[in-house]
Design a binder for this molecule. Structure first.
Ligand SMILES: Nc1ncnc2c1ncn2[C@@H]1O[C@H](COP(=O)(O)OP(=O)(O)OP(=O)(O)O)[C@@H](O)[C@H]1O
Ligand SMILES: [Mg+2]
Length: 247
């Protein structure tokens, strides 16, 4: 039985009067990759942001590696353990690819520049960008920038990866190279929660799919159950709408 990395118990989030998460329960085991799908506005990004405290949940519990996250937790440390990659790459524009990747290890993990650079070169190689170590973000394609962002995140040696629609801002022909990197990470046993609109990819790479609608988890299950035998009317409608869009 593998270890529980993350446990959510009745997680709630409200922005003023707007209740966005209405009691989310979820358990994530070590090595699992979980895809979160659901309509726009269903609370997927808010859920990820509540996990690493970019938002403060208004109710329920987030338990990471056995510790309940609360106001006294060290959020900076938490964010190094839970790495997050966004739709917009947020690279430092004035730093090279290598510079972007070594920044946090040097300043947060306190490793020497030599060690940080050696690790960063390996990570850039892992995401297929060995040749681009000295390039600045403006000299990189969207797919390359996103792969640098992933390498930068991995440089903090996260134990859980949060990926929020990381291919949504990319031209269609660049999506594949980023998904290849995510697929490799999943195979290597990285624990991850990924919000995605790429249903085919979710089906292929995820151990379990979480379908959210209206701030709750409506269904959770292995891909074949969710995509082939959806139980709820809401999920059937969502899948039908998504398939119509892509065909
Ligand atoms: N900072 C905020 N202030 C007020 N409302 C917010 C804020 N952030 C999100 N919301 C609202 O919360 C709801 C859920 O938003 P969220 O971004 O989590 O949805 P999502 O499932 O990620 O959607 P999408 O697929 O479009 O990215 C939306 O109705 C949104 O307007
Ligand atoms: Mg979102």
């Amino acid at each position: 039985m593998s270890k529980t990395v993350l446990q959510l118990e009745g997680l709630e989030m409200a922005f003023g009067q707007i209740q966005v998460l209405r009691g989310v329960d979820l358990t994530v085991k070590e090595g699992e990759s979980i895809a979160i799908i659901g309509p726009s506005g269903s609370g997927k990004s808010t859920l990820l942001r509540c996990l690493n405290r970019l938002e403060t949940p208004t109710g329920g519990a987030v338990i990471f590696e056995g510790n309940r996250i609360d106001a006294r937790s060290d959020f900076n440390r938490l964010r190094t353990h839970m790495g997050m990659v966004f739709q917009q790459f947020n690279l430092f524009p004035h730093m090279t690819a290598l510079g972007n990747v070594i920044e946090a290890p040097i300043h947060v993990r306190k490793v020497s520049r030599e060690v940080a650079e050696a690790e960063a070169r390996l990570l850039l190689e892992k995401v297929g960008l060995r040749e681009k170590a000295d390039a600045y973000p403006r000299q990189l394609s969207g797919g390359q920038k996103q792969r640098v962002a992933i390498a930068r995140c991995l440089a903090m040696q996260p134990r859980l990866l949060l990926l929020d629609e990381i291919t949504s801002a990319l031209d269609p022909e660049l999506v594949g190279e980023v998904l290849d990197v995510v697929r490799d990470l999943a195979r290597q046993g990285m624990t991850m929660l990924l919000v995605t609109h790429e249903m085919r990819f979710a089906r292929e790479v995820a151990d379990r799919i979480v379908f959210m609608d209206g701030g709750v988890v409506v269904e959770v299950g292995p891909p074949e159950e969710i995509f082939v035998r959806p139980k709820s009317e809401r999920l059937r409608k969502f899948l039908k709408a998504v398939l119509e869009q892509t065909n």
